[in-house]
Design a protein around this ligand. Structure first.
Ligand SMILES: *Cc1c(COP(=O)(O)O)cnc(C)c1O
Length: 406
């Protein structure tokens, strides 16, 4: 037997040597988190307004969430979907409570939730075509959309940097202009099964559907017997101050994809299907080994518990008013750097006049972690339980960076 290796290698070296190079990362290794704060391996603290890309809804290691996950891990972790588990049933009930009468399918990520939506659209198309498979299969999406990295999600994502090298895409996707209803209407034909959009485009720079546009899509779908499917993976689960961001428009979708914030850091995704379409799935035509485990559902239930107990939806709505005002003042004070500030609740984009990456690096050096988004945008995704002080601190750091840049 050989002696165990005593060579100590840094995390940076391990990444350089062994981790696939599909991300360009800053020189930062995070080792610990509490609330809206994370610490790197040198002991530096950061205000984390990346939230693991809108995932850590309660911040890091929230005590209620940690206790729920620890308790469930010691009780039952995984049994597959060949059997029921109490946590999945309860979580489905809670999601139906937010979304309306319907049924829920659980998976592990946003891309998987969207795959399920795309398969739902295909099943609806078969029914629409009188049972003929493979005829009514088209889905209309939006330009600049992001729906994930699987073949279905990628095919619904009309971006060169995402599709390049992976063609051919799945057939049947076409793309209208966001907030231009006529451009969607023009793409409908007899083979169209669904319209599928992000309620607020996240990755491409925080571009919301207007309420009128969403209501117009609803009418188009009703008129042509199409499913209205909404990708709430990033903007859902409280991020905008409503549980789902489409609630601001007062529409009822036919299906919703959700993930990111739902598990508060534990991987979970879900598709909600309106009751009238829920019977399109039957035993055998979709599935997943890992989806909806007791552990994942316990984590998500803990997130919903805290959102409800601490009234986080109301808090996001009220606390975002002064925060947005302070951020918008940056556009007034630094017109040479800031084009505009937009978003809803705790899903905010600061559109800069140039490349956001140097600003993001400067923010990090001053202790604020924030991701970029398309169109020169710095994204701000605080946890839903961020304090007014933490929100104010973020503005202070951004102001300092923009001042130093002037
Ligand atoms: C992140 C994201 C996805 C993909 O989710 P994954 O969990 O990374 O597969 C899909 N749609 C939207 C709107 C997203 O923001």
């Amino acid at each position: 037997m050989t002696a165990p290796s005593i060579v100590r290698t840094s995390t940076a070296e391990l990444y350089d040597a062994h981790v696939l190079k599909n991300y360009g990362r800053p020189p930062l290794t995070l080792v610990r988190g509490r609330g809206a704060q994370v610490w790197d391996d040198a002991g530096n603290a950061y205000l984390d307004f990346t939230s693991g890309i809108a995932v850590s809804a309660l911040g890091h290691c929230h005590p209620h969430w940690v206790a729920a996950v620890q308790r469930q891990a010691a009780e039952l972790i995984h049994v597959s979907n060949l059997f029921r588990n109490p946590q999945q049933g309860e979580l489905a009930r809670r999601i139906v409570g937010y979304a309306g009468p319907g049924r829920v399918f659980f998976c592990n990520s946003g891309a998987e939730a969207n795959e399920a939506l795309i398969k739902l659209a295909r099943l609806h198309g078969v029914q629409k075509a009188g049972g003929v498979d493979g005829r009514c299969y088209k889905i209309i999406c939006a330009k600049n959309a992001f729906h994930g990295r699987t073949f279905g999600g990628m095919s619904a994502t009309p971006q060169e940097k995402i599709q390049k090298g992976f063609r051919p895409m799945v057939a049947g996707f076409s793309f209208g202009e966001l907030n231009n209803l006529q451009s969607f209407a023009d793409l409908i034909d007899a083979d169209t099964a669904a319209i599928f959009v992000e309620t607020i485009q996240g990755e491409s720079g925080i571009n919301p559907c207007t309420p009128e546009f969403l209501r117009g899509l609803r009418q188009l779908c009703d008129k042509h017997n199409l499913l209205l499917m909404l990708d709430e993976v990033q903007c859902g689960v409280g991020r905008t101050g409503k549980f789902y961001s489409y609630e601001y428009a007062g529409v009822i979708p036919d299906a919703i994809g959700m993930a990111k914030g739902l598990g508060g850091g534990f991987p979970i995704g879900a598709m909600w299907v309106r009751d009238r379409y829920a019977e399109l799935f039957h035993p055998g035509n979709h599935g997943t080994t890992f989806g909806g485990t007791p552990l994942a559902c316990a984590a998500a239930l803990a997130v919903l518990d805290v959102i409800e107990r601490d009234q986080l939806l109301e808090k996001v709505r009220t606390q975002s008013v002064p925060w947005h005002a302070a951020l918008r003042q940056l556009a007034v004070d630094f017109p040479q750097h800031v084009v505009t500030v937009r978003g809803l609740g705790y899903l905010v984009g600061i559109q800069l006049t140039g490349d956001p990456m140097p600003v993001i690096a400067a923010l990090r050096e001053r202790g604020l972690l924030a991701p970029s988004a398309g169109g020169n945008v710095v994204r701000l995704l605080p946890p839903l339980n961020a304090t007014p002080e933490e929100l104010a601190k973020s503005v202070e750091i951004i102001r300092a960076v923009l001042t130093a840049k002037a």
